[in-house]
Design a protein around this ligand. Structure first.
Ligand code: CP3
Length: 371
């Protein structure tokens, strides 16, 4: 399915839409659960595929991306959502930047943006169908392969997080170059952020037309900013994406989809107050594990669903440790009220034993039941 054909596609009937119901604000009989980075390095079946294919080859080959997306769904019948196998860094690639995935270093962008003149190296207009059509094909293939088992989530990185990678050339501890940009060249920084935001929005719209049923924006480095810079640079771009995606879907006559914003590390009361439903338009806010759900609810207000926020390290805690922590956290979300999508507070980490992930899902099913 694409912009021209989506209306003709009949998708398989949904057998489990719990996550969509929670994302629309329903208090569900138990919390739907999925795990950020669930298709990843802790799964032996993933490593087996990665032995023969590079990371971006996996992203760019729809059959491989669909296969990797389905791996955790096939292994864990207790998962309530799938997320398309891809990466946030496909957007810098679509803008014309080279991105490599190095075995020990993670992402590397060999020619980072170091000054405003470097903006001229980015594509003026990005045709997402041409540059990122493989993501849309992967989505459609996956939706077929899911056969209605669980909804499919599409995603993108948030503009500030992507700007950080584009200016640093990879991960960073100090954010010297990217934060340097914000202080030295605020006007050009906004120009860059909004250029990225436009591609992100087009990518999300294309994912929905191709079959994605929910969307998530990952602002993994939001917590690195001062509350002032978060409000000034990061958040407005995320709000713009929400507005543009909904506007485009409406124009195309496509039904609206739930949207989640995961602004990792955003903890200041003033910043959390900016994430209220009426200010951002997002349906769900992803909480990291540095927040308590009841406290977060007080600052976030009502009309908003929560996602999260188990410590990823819970999966190193053994069966008893996992069960105790799930039993502790579930009542906090019940007290916080409204829709809750259970998840980790950040991505699942390597070395997690697949059976511990399975046990975590069992515990969430058990302890998140509403009385
Ligand atoms: O959730 C899923 O399973 C879907 C696929 C997905 C990947 N990356 C696959 C991936 C998603 C949603 C992402 C998002 C992503 N990518 C984020 C935001 C979420 C977060 O964790 O904060 C970020 C910051 C990136 C950038 C990125 N990609 C980094 C820093 C790394 C290296 C470190 C790591 O986690 O491995 C990647 C590589 C990456 N993305 C892998 C996978 C499965 C591992 C690559 C490999 O197999 O070598």
């Amino acid at each position: 399915a694409n912009a021209a054909t989506w209306k003709d596609v009949q998708w398989p009937e949904m057998k489990n839409d719990l996550v969509l119901r929670a994302a629309r604000g329903e208090e569900t009989p138990r919390a739907p659960v999925w795990v950020m980075r669930q298709a990843g390095r802790y799964l032996p079946e993933f490593l087996a595929v990665r032995k023969d294919h590079s990371f971006f080859e996996c992203c760019q080959t729809p059959e491989l991306a669909a296969k990797l997306t389905l791996q955790p769904i096939d292994r864990y019948p207790l998962l309530d959502a799938s997320i398309i196998f891809c990466d946030i860094l496909v957007v810098p690639q679509a803008l014309g930047m080279e991105v490599l995935m190095e075995p020990t270093k993670g992402p590397v962008l060999p020619e980072p943006l170091r000054k405003p003149e470097d903006l001229a190296r980015l594509r003026e207009v990005v045709d997402v169908q041409k540059e990122l059509g493989y993501v849309f094909d992967a989505i459609s293939l996956t939706r077929k392969g899911l056969d209605g088992r669980v909804p499919l989530i599409g995603f993108c990185g948030a503009p500030w997080t992507l700007m950080a990678y584009m200016c640093e050339g990879g991960g960073s501890k100090t954010f010297e170059n990217s934060k340097g940009w914000l202080y030295k060249w605020p006007v050009e920084s906004k120009k860059l952020i909004m250029k990225v935001a436009d591609v992100c929005a087009d990518l999300l719209v294309g994912q929905v037309l191709a079959g994605a049923q929910m969307l998530q924006v990952f602002d993994s480095w939001a917590g690195e900013l001062t509350p002032h810079h978060f409000a000034e640079f990061a958040l407005p771009a995320c709000v713009y994406i929400q507005k543009k995606v909904r506007h485009c879907l409406r124009e195309l006559g496509h039904a609206d989809v739930p949207m989640t914003l995961f602004a990792k590390g955003v903890h200041s009361p003033a910043s959390l107050a900016l994430l209220k439903k009426e200010l951002t338009g997002y349906d769900t806010i992803g909480l990291d594990c540095g927040l308590d759900p009841v406290e977060a609810r007080q600052l976030l207000g009502s009309g908003l669903n929560l996602q999260g926020n188990f410590d990823p390290a819970i999966l190193y805690g053994g069966r008893e440790g996992i069960e105790r922590e799930v039993a502790r956290v579930c009542p906090r979300f019940h007290e916080a009220g409204e829709g809750w999508i259970a998840n980790l507070g950040h991505g699942i980490t390597p070395n997690v034993k697949p059976e511990d992930m399975g046990w975590f899902l069992e515990c969430v099913h058990k302890y998140s039941k509403r009385a």
